[in-house]
Design a protein around this ligand. Structure first.
Ligand code: SF4
Length: 695
């Protein structure tokens, strides 16, 4: 197809959906984005794009764009000027903080923002509004990976690269359906030119996902059997002499205690917990242990758990005892979710201070204070509330004002009833988003219309730490303004603009300061200008892989092996709620569909949610394919789901995608969180299924 006639110009940029970070070219004609194609020169995707990337330009002029600031007056959201909107926001928040304390404001940002914007936001919230309670929606997706890396290696930062997936002998994916969720990354392990002869792909997932269908070995594990399996693999590696004793001695601590701990995870015991055969468990352990280079990737199947952080530490244990880390093809690698989940976790003021600095480290606070020209006492000494704690705080009365930026918790947060209570309990809700109405903006007192991907300039950092340039393609619709402009305008009204952002006009100024702040840190952006990043098709901070020299950022430079207990998940099925519900995604949609619902092609491909059920269960319940069913948990129910009867789901389990507001899976999910990472347990809750009564 000739693309030359479609557009007048093609703008180079980076996809704004998932963390794969594909390079793309967006065609512009008469000031409108009219086409998108993969950038053939980009090292991540080499010209390929998935359906979301190919249609991304359609979201820019979608019917659901927010175009005007709206303020609730007499119960109705009414258009107001930016001046009135911003003044009202600052006045209402000051009034609330005056009565209830500075910490009564809770802010939830997003991995959709540019790194430059997220950095600017962190300063505004913690040093301008002076509340420590700042977190990102990234706590709903990869906080467990962050915490797990810190537990094992002393710092966050995925040690490997996408290239390692291509060069490994054995790729072990745990709870990671990359065929749906990271489709272009999937090509690294798929068939075709990227499939290296002799490579073995092993997929651990309770469901026969599209990724599991590609696997050489699929371990259809019982839900939450992952820790037992990982400990069991460690047991076999040690028993059969497949560990790297030199690496263990030189670069780890706690080995003896760890070896004694996993001695109890015999293959027979693990088989009983996981439902996998002793032979399969042993085969996988031997393949990984004997590999020249073993790669372990994971995503939400691991992270979305009350034991997410320690499960990540257990995965890291495997890499450490075999020395499958810091070499080509060898890495324990968390695949992140959103386009800029990495950039925001490096630059944010959430679970860490910018540049992976620690709140409780006086030297770290002093370093930042010097750069910012402020007193170190202004910087919080401990992290504020995490996202779930902000929501709970709203219910209990500690939080009185909520500010959500480019996120839609009414659909994405677990246990909708509690979330709704939180939104209805506070005095003031601000929703800043590129789209309106959304299920969350329906609760807002103030809606701030924001520019989105394609309408602003800066950087995203992808799963492999690749900093990529994001460019402005068109102007935002109506009166929408970039998040960066909104933050500076609020700083102006708070009277802190000159002090916190001296001379700043554009995101380039934020990037320049972020370079100084990150200089010398593990995530060091200082050597790379925007131009160099753009010309190179992205640059990985830290190079292709971290810890190649075996030196870890811990107290004594050695990584820590952890004894990880394997606890049963909280809500086991019983007679009344006899299924385990698993929730997930599909390739055609993104998160809560604020973006993908704007695209006709994607809506036509997948217009509705569904429920997957095994034929054995369908027969027992006398249900037929395409029946409309209701899923009920102890919290609430979801009706009108179309039934898919399929053996890709095991008996006793059901699956539904979470994208759809009309059939919101989070009406039934469990509001339980990892005690370390605060990530929700989206993957297992007990439900019952029956035919919807309206049929
Ligand atoms: Fe965009 Fe991810 Fe698809 Fe690449 S794989 S085109 S980054 S959504």
């Amino acid at each position: 197809v000739s693309t030359a006639r479609v557009a007048d110009t093609w703008v180079k940029t980076t996809c704004g959906y998932c963390s794969v970070g594909c390079g793309m070219l967006v065609g512009v004609k008469d000031g409108k984005a009219v086409a998108a194609r993969g950038n053939p020169d980009h090292p991540v995707n080499r010209g390929k794009l998935c359906p979301k990337g190919l249609s991304e330009h359609h979201i820019l002029d979608g019917p659901g764009r927010a175009k005007l600031p709206l303020l609730r007056k007499n119960g109705k959201l009414e258009p107001v000027s930016w001046d009135e909107a911003l003044s009202t926001m600052v006045e209402r928040i000051a009034n609330i903080q005056g009565r209830h304390g500075l910490g009564s404001l809770g802010v939830v940002g997003t991995g959709q923002l540019l790194t430059e914007e997220y950095y600017t936001l962190g300063k505004l919230v913690q040093l301008g509004f002076r509340t420590p309670n700042n977190d990102g929606n990234t706590t709903l997706c990869m906080a467990s990976a962050v915490s797990g890396y810190k537990l094992s290696f002393g710092s966050d930062g995925p040690p490997g690269s996408y290239a390692d997936m291509s060069t490994a002998d054995v790729v072990l994916l745990i709870g990671s359906n990359i065929a749906d969720n990271h489709p272009i990354l999937c090509t690294r392990v798929g068939e075709g030119p990227d499939k290296r002869p002799g490579r073995t792909l092993i997929v651990v997932d309770p469901r026969v996902t599209k990724t599991a269908m590609m696997a050489d070995i699929h371990l259809a594990i019982k839900p939450r059997g992952d820790i037992a399996l990982i400990n069991g693999i460690a047991h076999i590696l040690i028993r059969d002499g497949l560990t790297d004793s030199n690496y263990i001695a030189a670069h780890t601590i706690n080995y003896d205690a760890f070896a004694a701990y996993v001695a109890a995870f015999t293959p027979q015991h693990v088989s009983e917990i996981t439902g996998l055969s002793v032979e399969k468990i042993t085969k996988v352990a031997h393949l990984y242990g004997r590999a020249r280079a073993g790669f372990i990737g994971w995503t939400m199947g691991v992270n979305h758990s009350t034991q997410g952080a320690v499960t990540v530490a257990a995965i890291n244990n495997l890499a450490l005892i075999t020395g499958h880390i810091g070499r080509a093809g060898a890495a324990p690698f968390s695949i992140t979710g959103q386009c800029n989940a990495m950039g925001t976790r490096e630059s944010g003021f959430t679970s860490a201070l910018p540049g992976y600095r620690k709140f409780d480290n006086p030297e770290h606070r002093e370093e930042l204070a010097q750069i910012w020209g402020i007193d170190a006492e202004e910087i919080p000494k401990a992290r504020g509330m995490a996202y779930p704690d902000i929501i709970e705080g709203a219910v209990t009365g500690k939080i009185k004002a909520l500010w959500f930026i480019a996120t839609n918790p009414v659909v994405s947060f677990p246990n909708y009833e509690l979330l709704k209570q939180a939104l209805e309990s506070v005095e003031f809700v601000v929703v800043q988003d590129g789209f309106h109405p959304t299920p969350t903006s329906d609760f807002a007192h103030l809606v701030l219309p924001a520019a989105i991907w394609g309408e602003k300039e800066g950087t995203y950092t992808n799963s492999e730490r690749r900093i990529s340039k994001v460019n402005c393609i068109v102007t935002p619709p109506g009166e929408a303004r970039s998040d960066f402009d909104i933050f500076l305008a609020l700083a102006e009204r708070l009277g802190v603009r000159d002090r916190l952002y001296p001379g700043w006009q554009t995101t380039a100024d934020a990037y320049a300061e972020w370079q100084r702040v990150s200089a010398g840190r593990l995530c060091d952006y200082s050597p790379y200008s925007w131009k160099e990043i753009e010309d190179a098709g992205g640059i990985q901070w830290g190079g292709e892989r971290l810890y190649a020299d075996g030196a870890f950022p811990t107290a004594d430079g050695r990584a820590i092996l952890h004894n990880v207990p394997c606890d049963p998940f909280l809500e086991q099925p019983n007679e009344e709620y006899d299924f385990i519900l698993n929730t997930g995604r599909t390739v055609e949609h993104w998160h809560t569909r604020t973006k993908t619902a704007q695209v006709d092609m994607l809506n036509k491909m997948v217009p509705n949610a569904w429920l997957e059920m095994n034929p054995v269960d369908a027969k027992r319940l006398q249900l037929r394919a395409h029946d409309k069913v209701t899923v009920t948990s102890r919290r609430s129910n979801v009706s009108g789901l179309e039934l898919r009867i399929t053996s890709i789901i095991a008996p006793g389990q059901v699956f539904m995608p979470f994208h759809f507001a009309e059939t919101n899976s989070n009406r039934v999910t469990l509001g339980a969180f990892d005690p370390i990472s605060r990530e929700p347990n989206f993957k297992q809750c007990a439900v019952r299924v029956q035919k919807s009564s309206s049929q």
